[in-house]
Design a protein around this ligand. Structure first.
Ligand SMILES: [Fe+2]
Ligand SMILES: [Fe+2]
Length: 505
């Protein structure tokens, strides 16, 4: 499933006249592009149906073309209204609008090329639904699948498209075939977690296609068999093309999907490998924070895969100077030779460095946002206290604080609390459930007092759920073990016995 970018502050702003004008302009640009593609599809369809050459065909069907122009325009208006009322933040970014229309453009081109070179039944009609499911989410995928089915119907209908077989007008079956194959793809694809299962989705998609072909071509003998084979090809090709095109869309539009997040949290992902090799302490810290963040995301019904990935990448900024962070030090602490002001500069820069590093590697922006927000505007108490000891005058605590921004999303707030909880749990002398609970409660209360959650929509109930999830996890990690008796077995036991006998002698 697609992982929606949590709403950022700029997206919370009002959708003004300027945004409407900008989004309408992008829609119109896409209308021109899509109509050019639909013209090409009509050409392929008319040649395929042996309707004559394209130019005489167009001359005879000027009215049909005008109707088609109008029909597609109506569908465009409906698409605009769908996003305006259901997912307005998407319209603020031209990239999102382009993604929707490039998906439609590519699907129409691919379907009509398959229809032209192979057979009308071999068109991979479920490809759009599968891609939209992963890139835009289930709701938008269902909507676009309906629009796509109607567009296919309009193209087939206005090309006076016919196929051989008992039924003379294949255009009648186009919307039903496209719609049902796409819907099966969406329902089955929503449950799929691996790429192998995605491929198997292609076979599920075949079911409605084969049933409809069997009904339509019943009684045509060998023709029916060929049509069924083409139907099988349609389902399998939908899944294969979906798997081939998904990484292209993920990279070009920087989309976050389950597959992308799983690849990013692989310990061999480039940035993770670097962290493991150059800052092993930070790498271990990120793994524990990821466990805590996942548990919190489950408790809050938030995106667990995203919470896990955000935790993995929240401290990558430490890669710039790993030796200045306690978890990567073994004895020698370079801060002993620095002024508290300089130490603070180095420590707090890791949030901004992380943001820049993630953006430079073209990784999802939400990971960069969490990296820069995970300390909010919290003071770095250790160096503030050190500086206070070294001066008689007053010190401005803001000079010893992170510059922010504060967490803007629930995921960023979860990472902030999980990060501090993991760090404090290491320093606890005893890790009884009561002691861990009190430490996590203090962390949350301190952040609430310092207004760290003012800019995200987290509630007190969410904070309580986060506290319980973290305490459960941490007490599970640091549970006490029974003391094993000192028993020596086998050859070591005999050696010990010999030693004892010799000493007795
Ligand atoms: Fe950090
Ligand atoms: Fe951290």
């Amino acid at each position: 499933m697609k992982h929606a970018d949590p709403v950022n502050p700029e997206q919370k702003e009002k959708f003004g006249a300027r945004d409407i004008a900008k989004s309408v302009f992008v829609f119109l640009a896409n209308y021109v592009l899509l109509f050019a593609i639909i013209f090409l599809s009509m050409l392929l369809n008319s040649v395929n149906a042996e309707n004559k050459d394209f130019i005489p065909f167009m001359r005879e069907n000027v009215t049909s073309v005008i109707y088609l122009l109008f029909c597609i325009f109506i569908l465009f208006v409906i698409i605009y209204f769908y996003f305006f009322f259901e997912d307005r933040p998407s319209l603020k970014t031209a990239k999102n609008i382009w993604l929707v229309f490039i998906l439609l453009d590519v699907s129409i081109i691919v379907c009509y090329l398959f229809g032209f070179f192979f057979n009308v039944y071999s068109r991979p009609v479920a490809m759009l639904a599968l891609l939209a499911l992963l890139l835009l989410g289930r709701r938008a995928a269902i909507f676009l699948n309906v629009i796509f089915a109607l567009m296919m119907f309009a193209i087939d209908h206005f090309s006076n498209f016919t196929v051989t077989g008992v039924n003379e007008n294949a255009a009648v079956i186009t919307p039903l075939l496209t719609f049902s194959a796409g819907m099966i793809g969406i329902f089955v694809g929503s449950k799929v977690k691996t790429r192998v299962c995605s491929f198997l989705t292609g076979f599920a998609v075949c079911v409605p296609i084969l049933i409809m072909i069997a009904c339509l071509e019943y009684g045509t003998g060998l023709e029916l068999l060929y049509s069924l084979l083409y139907g099988l090809e349609a389902g399998v090709c939908s899944a294969v093309l979906f798997m081939a095109l998904l990484p292209v869309f993920e990279v070009c539009f920087n989309c976050i999907t389950d597959y992308r997040l799983r690849e990013l949290t692989d310990h061999d992902a480039p940035l993770m490998r670097e962290l493991k090799e150059r800052a092993f302490g930070t790498f271990n810290h990120c793994i524990v924070v990821a466990h805590l963040a996942e548990a919190c995301a489950i408790a809050l019904n938030e995106d667990t895969a995203l919470a896990r990935a955000a935790a993995y990448y929240h401290d990558v900024g430490k890669l710039r100077q790993p030796e200045y962070f306690t978890e990567n030090q073994s004895g020698y602490n370079p801060h002993n030779e620095l002024s508290p002001e300089l130490s603070v500069d180095i420590i707090r820069s890791h949030a901004k460095d992380g943001y820049e590093l993630i953006r430079a590697r073209r990784l999802p922006k939400i990971l960069a946002d969490v990296a820069i927000q995970h300390h909010g505007t919290m003071p770095i108490k250790y160096f503030y206290a050190k500086a206070l000891k070294m001066t008689d005058g007053e010190l401005n605590i803001e000079d010893f604080s992170y510059p922010g921004p504060k967490p803007q999303t629930k995921i960023a707030a979860i990472i902030m609390i999980a990060d501090a909880s993991e760090a404090i749990s290491r320093s606890l002398p005893d890790r009884t459930p009561e002691r861990v609970e009190s430490a996590v409660r203090e962390i949350i209360e301190e952040r609430v007092d310092l207004d760290q959650f003012d800019e995200c929509d987290i509630t007190m109930r969410d904070l309580t759920a986060i506290k319980e999830a973290i305490v459960n996890c941490l007490t599970g990690v640091y549970h006490s073990r029974i003391r094993y008796p000192k028993l020596k077995l086998g050859r070591r036991a005999e050696e010990e016995e010999d030693k004892e006998k010799k000493s007795d002698a």
